[in-house]
Write a protein that binds this ligand. Sequence first.
Ligand code: MLT
Length: 265
Amino acid sequence: MQATINGISIAYHDQGMGLPIVFLHAFPLNRTMWAQQEAALSSQCRVITIDLRGHGESDAPLWRYTLDQAADDVRALLDHLAIQQALFVGLSMGGYILFAFYRKYSDRVKGMVLADTRAQADTTEGKEGRFQLAQVAYKQGPSAIADLMIPKLLSPATIQGRPEIVQRVRMMIEGNQISGIAGDLMAMAERPDSVPFLKQITCPTQIIVGDLDQATPPADAKLMADQIPHAKLALIPNAAHLANMEQPEMFSAIVGEFASNVARS
Ligand code: MLT
């Protein structure tokens, strides 16, 4: 499915009925990273997965990207689908976008799942790393980005023993355009520190993290759980950064239970 959103074409998938759950993917992937959650949850909820601007089958314009712009795209897609309020699941960059979305449009958020993400802004070294990664993308293309990113996204056991997951991740990364990769790197480097904002989050919040996540480790998840009022924290064993792909059943079960609780409240 495609919609014209803020002047560009945005691809999304909308399946099921009931409480809408909007899934926001990680960098530099696309909406198909949520395939197992879509299959597990669309009998219970209305599941919407989006290719964020710059990724997958959405347009990747050559221009300035910001997380606020991504949040505006999500809001415009909700308007297009006539959805007033939804539950949101954001993994890593999807979580950064969720912070931006909540800052601007908290009345549209019924609850949120912050998965394998962090509230802190980039350090100076982190920003420099993003600049270097954008140069790799520009000079060597997306497959060089896949080579560098896969060891950060997946656990060593997955990389050695589950080639189908590695292949899916590689295909998602290689399917991106350079404009989208570089644009998101700039957007993430410029994001504000959300730590002071955590105490102002009043919607039901579930935090999830893979116990082997080194990109956004469990300590970052604990910080969010300590600061967001009434937030719950779930640790997924034997999963790294892409916990939803490495342990899909457990990830979907946590989201499903959270959605049932939110729907009842
Ligand atoms: C992601 O998975 O979205 C990225 O690892 C986030 C980041 O680079 O900070």
